[in-house]
Write a protein that binds this ligand. Structure first.
Ligand code: HEM
Length: 556
C-alpha cells in the first residue's frame, strides 16, 4: 500500500506516493525521511518531520498505517521562499547593495536572516552566511555544482577553455585542466616554488631600503601587488616583470591589464548579465581587456623557457623549468597532455588568480602588523625564538613550527578575508536545510566575509584575536564556517602553496623591518569595485632593524 505525502507550504499542493510493500520497507524513521527527502528534493533528510491530522508524529508504524496524506515539514516548518529586498523598479536591489557591498550585505543579513536574495535587472542571486548551507553548496552533488550561468559573478569572464576557475564543473575541460593543475601546486611543487618565493622577496629588500632612506611612506597594496605578481609571473610564465629594479619601477603592463580586468568584471557583473553584452562603455572595455590579457600573457608564454621531452605528470614538477614548461611537457598515465586549447587560458587564470588574491592578503597581513598592538612584536619574538637569521633557508619544516604566525594568518584571513564571492548553482528545484526553497539555476554566493563574521559561530567577530584559534569553540566550528579558499572539489588548488608563501614573505619582512602605520588617522577603505577585498589607502613606513629581542628563556 502506498503512503501519501504532501509538503507543507508547497503552493502546488503536490502529493507524492511512496510504496510500502512490506512492513520492513523502512527499517527506521530515518529511512522513511530519506525516501521522502528524495521525492521532494530536500537536501538534508534529517531536517524532515511529519504531521498527521495536525499533530507531529515520529512513530514509524503509525505513519505507515496512516491512510490520509501525511504533511511534511522541513526544519519544523512549512517550506517558504527566500526573502529579500523588493528593490526599485528596473534597477532592483542594486542601490541596496552598492557601493558598500560589505556593509550593506551585513545589514541585509541582519534584516532577512542567514540567506536572502537580491535581484538586479531581473537577475536574482542568493547570498548566505550560514555554514551549513555553505557546506552543501560546495559539495558538487546532485543539488549543486559550479555552473557559471548568467547570474553567476564570474559570468563576465567565463571561459570555455580555461578549465579551472572560469569553467563550469560539468565539462570535460575542467576535469582535464584540473588534473594537471593540482600537481603543479602539490607538496613537491611547493618545496620547489618556495625557493623562488624566497629569492624574490629578498630581491625586494633594496627597494624597501631605498624607500626608507628617502623617508617615503608607501602604498601597501601597490607594493604587495608588485611582489605577488613578480612571484606568480616567474613561477607560471617565466616572466620577469622587473618590479624591484628600483623603488619607482612601474607595475608591468601585463599586471596592470589584469588588474583593470578584475575591476571591470566586478563593475559589470554588479549590474547583471545583460549589461555585460552592451556594445559600449565598461562592458565593451571588459571584453577588450579580456582579449588584451590573452594577448599579453600569451606573449610571455611564447617566450617562456620550454623544451625537452615529455615527462610523466607525477614527476614533471621536478623535471620542468617553470609551470608553462610543466603544462607543455607533463603527460598523464594514459599518455594525455594538457589539452592545447586549455594551456594558455589555464595559465592566464593561474597568474590572475595567483596575484590578485595574494596581493590583497599580504596587504591585510601588513595592516594587521601596524593596526593590532603587539602582533608585530609577537611574530618577531617567535622568529628569534626559532633561531632565525638573515640567511635562514625558510623550509616548510621551519615555517610550520611558527604557531603565532599561523594564528595571525588564520585570523587575518577570517577578519580581513579577501573574498571572491565564490558561488554555486542549484541543479534542480530544492529545499534547503532551513526549509527555504531554491529554484533550479539559482546562484548561491557564500559570502565569505559574512560567514567569517557570523556571531552565531564566532565570539566577538569584529575583534581581531589570533588567540581565538586556540579555543575549543573555534576548533569545533562547523566545517563551512571558515572558508578563505572555498571548499569542496572546486576550492583553491593553491591553498597549501599560498599559506607557505605568505608565511615565508611575512617572516622575511618582519625579521628585517619594523612596520609603522603612516596615515594612522585615516580610516582604511576597501575598494568596493574590485573582485577581491583590498585596502586602497594603507600607507606604511619601514625602519630597518638593527637589533632584535633576546630569545625567551624557554625557547632553546
Ligand atoms: C590569498 C590567496 C588566494 C586565495 C584567498 C584564493 C581563493 C580561492 C577561492 C575562494 C577559490 C574558489 C573560487 C570559486 O569557487 O569560484 C579559488 C580557486 C582557485 N584558485 Fe585560488 N586563491 C588564492 C591564491 C591562488 C594562487 C596563488 C593560485 C595559483 C595557482 C590560485 C589558483 C586557483 C585556481 C586555479 C582555482 C580554481 C580551481 C578550480 O576551478 O577547480 N589561487 N581560490
Amino acid at each position: 500500500m502506498p503512503c501519501e505525502f504532501s509538503l507543507a507550504g508547497d503552493s502546488k499542493q503536490t502529493q507524492v506516493s511512496i510504496p510500502v510493500t512490506t512492513s520492513s520497507t523502512f527499517r527506521s524513521l530515518l529511512h522513511l525521511k530519506r525516501a521522502v527527502a528524495d521525492k521532494f528534493k530536500i537536501i538534508d533528510p534529517s531536517t524532515v518531520s511529519f504531521s498527521v491530522d495536525g499533530t507531529a508524529c515520529d512513530n514509524l508504524t503509525s505513519l505507515l498505517q496512516f491512510e490520509k496524506p501525511i504533511c511534511v515539514f522541513v526544519n519544523g516548518r512549512a517550506v517558504c521562499d527566500v526573502p529579500g529586498p523588493s528593490g526599485l523598479p528596473f534597477l532592483g536591489s542594486h542601490t541596496e547593495v552598492y557601493p558598500d557591498h560589505l556593509g550593506n550585505h551585513e545589514r541585509l543579513f541582519q534584516t532577512y536572516g542567514s540567506i536572502f536574495k537580491t535581484t538586479v535587472m531581473g537577475r536574482t542571486v542568493y547570498h548566505t552566511n550560514d555554514p551549513e548551507i555553505t557546506a552543501h553548496i560546495f559539495k558538487e552533488s546532485a543539488f549543486f555544482t559550479k555552473d557559471i550561468n548568467e547570474a553567476h559573478p564570474l559570468y563576465g569572464v567565463k571561459s570555455p577553455h580555461a578549465g579551472v576557475f572560469l569553467t563550469s564543473t560539468n565539462t570535460p575541460v575542467w576535469r582535464e585542466a584540473h588534473k594537471f593543475m593540482v600537481p603543479s601546486m602539490g607538496p613537491k611543487a611547493i618545496d620547489k616554488h618556495i625557493v623562488t618565493v624566497l629569492a624574490i622577496v629578498r630581491s625586494s629588500f633594496p627597494v624597501f631600503d631605498e624607500l626608507e632612506n628617502s623617508k617615503q611612506a608607501w602604498n601597501v597594496y601597490d607594493y604587495m601587488l608588485k611582489l605577488s605578481s613578480q612571484i606568480v609571473g616567474k613561477l607560471f610564465i617565466d616572466a620577469d616583470f622587473g618590479h624591484f629594479e628600483a623603488a619607482d619601477s612601474p607595475v608591468h603592463i601585463t599586471v596592470q591589464t589584469i588588474f583593470r580586468l578584475l575591476g571591470l568584471n566586478k563593475k559589470v557583473t554588479s549590474w547583471g548579465d545583460w549589461y555585460a553584452w552592451l556594445p559600449f562603455g565598461d562592458s565593451k572595455r571588459l571584453r577588450d581587456t579580456w582579449h588584451e590579457v590573452g594577448q599579453r600573457v600569451g606573449k610571455h608564454i611564447s617566450e617562456a623557457k620550454v623544451g625537452g621531452e615529455d615527462v610523466p605528470l607525477q614527476e614533471a614538477i621536478l623535471k620542468t623549468e617553470n609551470l608553462t614548461d610543466f603544462f607543455f611537457r607533463a603527460v598523464d598515465s594514459k599518455g594525455n597532455k594538457m589539452p592545447a586549447e586549455s594551456r594558455n587560458p589555464a595559465l592566464i587564470v593561474a597568474v590572475t588568480a595567483g596575484f590578485v588574491t595574494t596581493s590583497a592578503l599580504l596587504s591585510w597581513l601588513l595592516y594587521g602588523l601596524v593596526a593590532y598592538e603587539g602582533c608585530q612584536d609577537r611574530l618577531l619574538q617567535e622568529l628569534v625564538d626559532h633561531g632565525m637569521t638573515e640567511d635562514t633557508p625558510m623550509s616548510g619544516e621551519y615555517v610550520d613550527k611558527l604557531s603565532s604566525l599561523d594564528k595571525f594568518l588564520r585570523e587575518t584571513q577570517r577578519h580581513h578575508t579577501t573574498s571572491y564571492q565564490p558561488a554555486r548553482t542549484a541543479r534542480t528545484d530544492l529545499v534547503l536545510p532551513n526549509g527555504m526553497r531554491l529554484p533550479a539555476g539559482a546562484v548561491v554566493i557564500a559570502e565569505v566575509h559574512h560567514l567569517h563574521h557570523n556571531d552565531r559561530v564566532w565570539e566577538n567577530p569584529t575583534r581581531f584575536d589570533p588567540d581565538r584559534w586556540d579555543t575549543d569553540r573555534v576548533r569545533d566550528r562547523h566545517r563551512g564556517a571558515y572558508i578563505p579558499f572555498a571548499m569542496g572539489p572546486r576550492m583553491c588548488v593553491a591553498m597549501n602553496f599560498v599559506v607557505r608563501e605568505v608565511k615565508v614573505i611575512l617572516a622575511q619582512l618582519v625579521y628585517r623591518y619594523e612596520f609603522v602605520r603612516h596615515n594612522a588617522a585615516e580610516t582604511i577603505e576597501y575598494d568596493p569595485m574590485f573582485q577581491t577585498i583590498r585596502p586602497r589607502n594603507l600607507y606604511v613606513k619601514t625602519r630597518k632593524r638593527t637589533s632584535w629581542p633576546k630569545p625567551t628563556a624557554d625557547s632553546s
